[in-house]
Design a protein around this ligand. Structure first.
Ligand SMILES: Cc1cc2nc3c(=O)[nH]c(=O)nc-3n(C[C@H](O)[C@H](O)[C@H](O)COP(=O)(O)OP(=O)(O)OC[C@H]3O[C@@H](n4cnc5c(N)ncnc54)[C@H](O)[C@@H]3O)c2cc1C
Length: 436
């Protein structure tokens, strides 16, 4: 095993593991690699770990970005063996065991864990992206929040009532958990939270369209739970359109199921694809979306020193279960990859990955949710309480948990959302303050 050069240039005899991505999978791997024989270099283009399951609440003004993110540097501040680099991964050379970063650094490794997650996929129509942003990063969530809030402000000042109507039309594409949660939260924002705040418009007139190509919402849930979700959303004022594939997205409109929907803000929650970095990994088996096909132990076939984990992976586990793109699966895969590296160092055999499915849940709105946990199905208030508890437990950082808990309690009793400040990001600071 060769000795890699440490980030500071000194020689280090410990096994060097490079972990790409500080999401659920990357953190799972780093935590399992807490071993005196190992040093880790963690690379992420953001300086924080993001709790994506609550991103929709940032987009709809329920929470602030800082409530659901944690600086990676802080997470590992007590672990001398972990070096964190904020940089973008550009290329992985599997043959030379090298990772190239955007700012010019090249890292060599003994082991590599690729955990770069997925990005929003537009089914081959990348030109739709500028009209319909996805919801994957804090930047996207805060951009969407700004767009939603600005739409209400512009409607209040619009002279033409038709223009005001258009400004209060929103389209969410995709009837999975993200689409359902966003549409529900947006309807509550318009129809409960903002009701007394405007004088010239009636925010309850806002139209929220949820468009889904499949015949049901939340395909991973039972027919009954999916039906419950549709009925509850409709009661909240969301217009649900099923069997309605999108054929065109443009500035201010979406065409789906042969019908044109006006839209002041469109949000795309319909598809994911692998990170573009996987296409630089010559010889790695990929599916059409760029996700990596891995061996049962999560290593790349023929490359025992390279693992992939999380949303970037396409895998049926040792029991033949298709591993879903959810946070617990990513964490489990990251931990498994780390554990296989430790097994190698101990001289033990590697093990196949087995996914432990603890269930799925999605919230629709206040006191409304669906959950499928350990084979039991829940709907309504019990599912909602379960959803809140699970998200609080898995959210990282005690301060974040407390802040989110208090925001939820406040929102429950007062129908208020605290994160409604619009920051003008077009002209943020004077030119002379911008470092180039
Ligand atoms: C809006 C939304 C809601 C969701 N809701 C739920 C839910 O309720 N329950 C659930 O279980 N799952 C949910 N998920 C899915 C869950 O968040 C993912 O399955 C999980 O985040 C996957 O973890 P990961 O580590 O594979 O990827 P990620 O968490 O996406 O982490 C990937 C990391 O890689 C970094 N990265 C990517 N490309 C580069 C690059 N080129 N260079 C450097 N760094 C890079 C990113 O910055 C990121 O930090 C949701 C996802 C979204 C987007």
């Amino acid at each position: 095993m060769h000795t890699a050069t440490a980030a500071g240039g000194a020689k280090d005899s410990r096994t060097h593991v490079v972990v790409l991505g500080g999401g659920f999978a990357g953190l799972g791997a780093c935590r399992t690699l807490d071993d005196p024989r190992v040093r880790v270099t963690l690379v992420d283009q953001q300086n924080h770990h993001l709790f994506q399951p609550l991103l929709y609440q940032v987009a709809t003004a329920g929470l602030s970005g800082t409530d659901i993110a944690q600086p990676l540097r802080h997470i590992f501040s007590g672990r001398e063996s972990v070096t964190t680099l904020m940089d973008e991964v550009k290329r992985v050379d599997l043959e030379a065991r090298r990772v190239e970063l955007a700012h010019g650094t090249t890292l060599t490794y003994d082991y590599l864990v690729v955990a770069l997650g997925a990005r929003t996929g537009y089914f081959g129509h990348d030109e739709w992206k500028r009209h319909a942003p996805g919801l994957k990063t804090l930047a996207e969530a805060t951009h969407l929040r700004r767009e939603f809030l600005i739409a209400f402000e512009k409607a209040e000042t619009a002279i033409d009532p038709l223009e005001s109507d258009r400004l209060l039309s929103f389209v969410v594409v995709g009837g999975g958990p993200t689409g359902v949660e966003t549409a529900g939260a947006l309807a509550e924002l318009a129809k409960r939270v903002l009701t007394d705040d405007f004088r010239r418009i009636d925010p309850t007139r806002a139209r929220v369209h949820l468009i889904e190509a499949a015949p049901k919402l939340l395909t991973m849930f039972s027919e009954e739970q999916s039906d419950y979700t549709r009925r509850r959303l409709e009661q909240m004022g969301v217009k649900v359109h099923l069997d309605c594939p999108v054929s065109e997205v443009g500035e201010g409109y979406v065409v789906a199921g042969g019908k044109r929907f006006e839209s002041a803000v469109t949000i795309w929650a319909a598809g994911v694809e692998g990170s573009p970095v996987t296409r630089t990994m010559a010889g790695a088996p990929l599916d059409r979306g760029g996700r990596v096909k891995v061996a049962p132990d999560l290593s790349l076939p023929g490359r025992r020193e390279v693992f992939a984990a999380g949303d970037i992976v396409l895998l049926e586990d040792a029991k033949g279960v298709r591993v879903p793109g959810v946070a617990p699966a990513a964490t489990q895969m990251g931990k498994h990859a780390g554990a296989q590296i430790v097994a190698d160092l101990d001289g033990r055999d590697r093990e196949s990955f087995v996914y432990r499915d603890k269930g799925s849940m999605a919230t629709i709105g206040r006191t409304k949710a669906v959950a499928k946990v350990f084979g039991m199905r829940w709907t309504g208030l019990p599912a909602w309480l379960l959803w809140m508890s699970v998200h609080l437990v898995f959210l990282m950082g005690m301060r974040n948990r407390l802040r989110v808990f208090l925001s939820w309690i406040w929102a429950y009793f007062r129908w208020q959302r605290g994160a409604r400040i619009i920051v003008d990001t077009r002209a943020p600071v004077p030119d002379e303050l911008v470092k180039r």
